[in-house]
Write a protein that binds this ligand. Structure first.
Ligand SMILES: *Cc1c(COP(=O)(O)O)cnc(C)c1O
Length: 220
């Protein structure tokens, strides 16, 4: 599917949900995609991209940044504390703040660097043992903890369990954000971004629907 088609589906979903036009930011998830495909999307004028590995992102985006201005890069995969500094220097947003230790590291580095990307807290809405994220019951406290550290919280992010109705998870995430006064909702991927928009998503993370299937079956 082309970038234009995805954008027009986003517009239609915004309209039917009564959202304002451009309420939703499209993050084109370029992980594992060949550079030529990413470059084609850059040449169409798109500037907002998502990556799930810091190392992989460092291998391509500094080069692209020399040729394309106004990049808006989002880290959507797990962040190890020893890569936090590099991530903060490369990305404009980090969607995977998922534990107190990482919050403390980001706060310390923010002081040192004098800047910090926009942060989303990843919530494990399905309480899946294999998945990263703060448990729903702990989210309010973790938000307070991050605010006490002066971290620039933008919103919440979730990846619903594959076998469940995503809408319930989007609703839960939207409720948690609203009661904590957070405006950002990073939710919705290729298969469910329209549902996510209907439930208030402000950032949708769409990979395979734009770029085609990823090679090697690497899902992050
Ligand atoms: C890979 C990935 C996406 C994009 O998934 P698609 O199904 O290809 O749209 C979105 N969010 C996260 C966290 C991912 O790792």
């Amino acid at each position: 599917m082309s970038l234009e088609e995805i954008k027009s589906r986003i517009q239609t979903a915004e309209n039917s949900a009564g959202r304002t036009p451009d309420a939703v930011q499209l993050i084109a998830v370029s992980k594992v995609q060949p550079n030529a495909r990413v470059e084609a999307v850059l040449n169409e004028g798109h500037r907002c991209f998502g990556e799930n590995r810091v190392q992989e992102a460092l291998g391509k985006w500094p080069d692209f940044a020399q040729r394309f201005s106004g990049l808006d890069l989002h880290l959507i995969g797990p962040l190890q504390t020893n890569k936090a500094r590099q991530a903060m220097e490369l990305f404009q947003s980090i969607h995977t703040l998922d534990r107190p230790k990482l919050a403390k590291t980001l706060a310390r580095l923010a002081q040192e660097l004098g800047q910090c990307p926009d942060l989303f807290i990843q919530v494990n809405t399905g309480a899946e043992p294999q998945k990263a994220g703060i448990l729903p019951a702990d989210t309010d406290d973790f938000i307070s903890e991050c605010r006490a550290l002066d971290l620039p919280l933008k919103g919440l992010m979730c990846i619903p369990p594959v076998a469940e109705d995503a809408a319930e998870h989007f609703t839960l995430l939207a409720e948690m954000a609203a009661r904590n006064g957070l405006s950002g909702l990073s939710m919705g991927m290729s298969g469910d971004f329209e549902t996510a928009i209907a439930h208030g998503a402000t950032h949708v993370r769409v990979g395979s629907a734009i770029f085609g299937a990823r090679a090697y079956g690497q899902e992050g």
